[in-house]
Design a protein. Sequence first.
Length: 241
Amino acid sequence: MDLTNERVTADVSTLVAALRRSHFTVALTGAGISTPSGIADLEHMSPLAGNLLSSEDELKRDPESYYHQLQRTFLHGMFDVGPTVAHRELARLEQQGLLQGVVTTNVDYLHELAGSVNVTNIWHSFNENVCIDCGRVYPVSVWQQGGVPRCPVCGGLLSPAPAHDHIGRDLAAVQRANAWMDQADLVIVTGSNGYYDYLNDHAEVIQINPRPTEFDQRATLNIVATADEILGKVGKMVDSN
């Protein structure tokens, strides 16, 4: 008897039942959901790569080097590897009416690339790219054009919003996240390291994470596994019922 497999099946059944009885479900995601795409979390990201999102200095000093590092660190995972199983399953849950929103501290825009619509990006995302000369803002498609992206109006360099804002929180996104969390009766936490941790007192919290986190004590169920494994099984169970 495979007790581990039985436990996973039981946990997935519990999660699916919670999804079906919930009136307002929010997924709270962090870096762990994107690591299968090859995007490292901050703990494992090189200092040079981390600086890409905290300062425009390197962009201004050596644009070609900056964009080359950006390609290796984020853009390859976003466009060449693409969204993970977990990203795609969360998008499907939204389309099926079982998930009302995603709150994420990630900047990689993978939730939207997977098809999610109701997403609030606490730290901005690569869908906001600011011309450092004229201030015009351009969408994520600028990163698919190759070379050094520039503002088509004034020719200025484009800075991803997280770097332009020095990894500052998007206050409008935080307000939207808080409003969703106030409504939530179920919160699914996965890959989060606690950079955003607002949870209302009445929500049921189910966490999916192979490692302990600060949400362990708050969660009513801790599923010790990866988001891809569990949400992939959730999708199959939802489809079969």
